[in-house]
Design a protein around this ligand. Structure first.
Ligand SMILES: Nc1nc2c(ncn2[C@@H]2O[C@H](COP(=O)(O)OP(=O)(O)O)[C@@H](O)[C@H]2O)c(=O)[nH]1
Ligand SMILES: [Mg+2]
Length: 206
């Protein structure tokens, strides 16, 4: 993080003291949420993009969750997020994002009311094989009036739909961005976050 030194008389090799920081030039930090159904790629998304070692709260899934957690689309998944994922990404010199991945399963949704506090927007991840799994996240963001965008995470072997098809299937209004991305590829993850942030800024009253 770069803070400008306000006093030009300070020699470059002298350590910067707290009272010399020009806080008006410090980057703005904003919080965004990444939501969506179980196994849609939220933890992968946060890990791909974070500049810091992401905080994860993964717990190993046991036979006890078999009746409730549908693993048919993600057979290699052995852990699940029980609280949140957390990462940080610098989108521009003056903009830092704190990215919070929500837990996917219904039994952990009570966490969302805490996670949403102070967020400027939410990104809803969608898997085209299980589109209906993102309805709870869409409903939640709509009900609390939080600006959101939809990011389709394409898994190999899943049908490849155009943005317009996904928009229609989910009933997403034209003003809401819908992007196609791959949660494992940082460049596409950054593009989705940029789409969300610019939409959230447009939606924020002056
Ligand atoms: N093929 C493929 N696998 C993915 C992709 N994104 C995530 N995965 C895998 O899908 C599984 C579930 O991902 P995870 O990030 O844990 O989902 P979460 O439950 O939403 O946090 C993991 O085994 C990931 O490695 C993707 O874009 N393509
Ligand atoms: Mg997870």
């Amino acid at each position: 993080m770069v803070f400008a030194v306000s006093d030009p008389a300070v020699a470059e090799d002298e350590p910067v003291q707290p009272w010399q920081y020009d806080r008006s030039r410090a980057p703005v930090a904003v919080k965004v949420l990444v939501a969506g159904g179980f196994g849609v790629g939220k933890t992968t998304f946060v890990s791909s993009v974070s500049e810091i070692t992401p905080l994860r709260t993964e717990a190993v899934m046991t036979a006890a969750s078999l009746p409730t957690d549908d693993l048919s689309a993600t057979p290699d998944k052995h852990t699940t997020t029980v609280a949140m994922d957390f990462g940080r990404v610098t989108l521009a010199d003056d903009l830092v994002l704190y990215v919070y991945g929500t837990p996917g399963q219904e039994r952990f949704w009570f966490m969302w009311d805490d996670l949403v506090r102070g967020a400027i927007g939410g990104l809803v991840l969608a898997d085209t094989r299980r589109l209906r799994d993102c309805f709870p996240a869409l409903d939640y963001f709509e009900s609390c009036g939080l600006p959101y965008a939809v990011a389709v995470n394409h898994f190999e072997g899943s049908p490849e739909y155009e943005e317009g098809d996904v928009r229609e299937a989910l009933g997403i209004p034209p003003v809401v961005p819908v992007v196609i991305m791959d949660a494992r590829r940082r460049d596409t993850v950054v593009e989705s976050l940029l789409a969300l942030v610019s939409h959230a800024l447009d939606a924020t009253p002056e």
